[in-house]
Write a protein that binds this ligand. Sequence first.
Ligand SMILES: [Zn+2]
Length: 143
Amino acid sequence: MRTTTLAHAFVESIPRDLDPGILYVSIDFRTTMHLCACGCGNEVVLPLRRTAWSLTYDGESVSINPSVGNWTFECRSHYWIRRGSVHWAGNWNDQQVAAGRERTLVERGVISTHADDSQKRTRVREAVAAAGARLGLGRRSRP
Ligand SMILES: [Zn+2]
């Protein structure tokens, strides 16, 4: 079943078993985790980095930027988390995914607006690889 709201839980470390409908946030580990909002049961790791995701807490609810695209899962679900609510977005093809990542990195000043296309592609690849390497490609392996 699709999740429509995500309550936040600030935790020191991410618990072993995740409850659906909860966005776990660990400031110490600069990461968040939740079960995919489509209900497939996959765990979604969103590292909090300038080159990955950012989190906004308004005192009541959390928002995540940019959108969550679970492109490595079979469900390929894509949604925004805004003020604790899940807003579904369309499925993106690989080009749209790459363009979206590039836009975010340009907005955050990671990529210069003057960079040419190949420089941009390289920086996007580096950012994705760096975020993935630190956290096992967005998935947490279970013992
Ligand atoms: Zn899913």
